[in-house]
Ligand binder design. Structure first.
Ligand SMILES: [Zn+2]
Ligand SMILES: [Zn+2]
Length: 151
């Protein structure tokens, strides 16, 4: 009679990997690590679908939410309001042009040291930080002021 609990345990093992992630979470994390760039939830959904893996868009959002709280995925919101997801390994920052929307990656991280200090002072476990610069790119600065905002 005590055997019935065994089947429940086995079912849980099938759903969760060694890391406690679901298979969908693992798929998405692997995809983000492979791509090595930020991508929208919609594009993640399309990519996984193209790989003939059946997954729903709502599942993609749920998995991203869980991965975010785990500290392995980060979100970057563009000026357009679109959210881009990437794996957390990348400590990358951008200069974003408000006129043409171009995003220029920068290689330095001026807050890396600060992050270590904050962690020590507040005992806060920092997963990642965001830092973005907004303005006009070189090309857009050359446009006549009157033509800015007019296509
Ligand atoms: Zn521009
Ligand atoms: Zn940084």
């Amino acid at each position: 009679m005590s055997r019935y609990s065994v089947s429940i345990t086995v079912k849980n093992i099938n759903q969760l990997s060694m890391t406690g992630r679901t298979r969908n979470q693992e798929r998405i994390l692997t995809l983000l690590q492979t791509l090595n760039r930020a991508i929208s939830a919609q594009d993640i959904y399309v990519q996984l679908r193209n790989g003939s893996q059946s997954i729903g868009l709502a599942t993609v959002y749920r998995a991203l939410e869980a991965l975010k709280l785990e500290g392995v995925v980060q979100v970057r919101t563009l000026a357009s309001g679109e959210s881009l997801y990437s794996s957390v390994q990348q400590d990358k920052h951008h200069l974003t042009c408000l006129q043409c929307g171009k995003s220029i990656p920068i290689n330095e991280c001026p807050v890396h040291e600060l992050e270590i200090q904050l962690h020590q002072f507040h005992k806060f476990k920092i997963f990642y930080h965001t830092l973005e610069f907004f303005g006009l790119c070189n090309q857009c600065q050359e446009l006549e002021p009157a033509s800015i905002g007019v296509k």
